[in-house]
Design a protein around this ligand. Sequence first.
Ligand code: GLP
Length: 248
Amino acid sequence: MNVYVFASPDEIGAAVAQRFIDDAQGRTPRVWGLATGASPLPVYCRLIDAYQQGKLSFRHIKTYNLDEYCALPRNDENSYYTFMHRHLFDAVDMEEKNAHFFNGTAPDWAAECRRYDSSIVQDGGIDLQLLGIGQNGHIGFNEPSDAFSGDSFKVELSASTRRANAPYFTNRPMPQYALTMGIRRILAAKQILLIATGTAKADAVQRMIEGRVTPQCPASVLQTHAQVSVFLDERAAAQLSCRTPTVR
Ligand code: GLP
């Protein structure tokens, strides 16, 4: 893992956005795995800036979001579909057909997960995967458990995840279930970029980077992937014993 510590979330946003901008200069089309939550927002702001300055176009980009809540209509204000349109897609030249999401209201969740996984494979797999991390070490919605997951699946959200995300749900109760890419699917990405900021993530970050690889801390599995870069602010890096290299 390459670990970089930055002075602020905004500087992380600039550095991570640059990785995406560079990736888009390569051969097309590119396939990006995207994440929701507060951590990626500075990245999306920078990508919008790059689009407005003519440095980036999404015309040849396909995206797959990591996860989606179950039982939320796509247009609910809390769906990840809405999140991505509000914070990125509506502001750039992203074609609707290239932005892929789980259908959290699909009647047969297993069939929906198979559809999603096969679509990723048909598109050639994910080139660049953006991740955040939950306070309990989850990635996507892969909660701590007894075994690492494989393909996409339906998950019951943990009490910790529900507590962390409940404040966003002002119009309805927080869903209990979600569809998420599984760990094997995430590890199949060619490159992974993970962002963690703030003191609340410090313990999970330490276990992800310096702890043993265990499904009790799902993010620790990233130690087994050859192309992972972790972008931290000082507070999220506070519990690491090894602090190099540091970017300021
Ligand atoms: C949710 C998402 C994760 C995200 C996590 C952290 O649980 N499913 O993909 O990484 O939140 O979010 P935040 O960046 O807001 O702390």
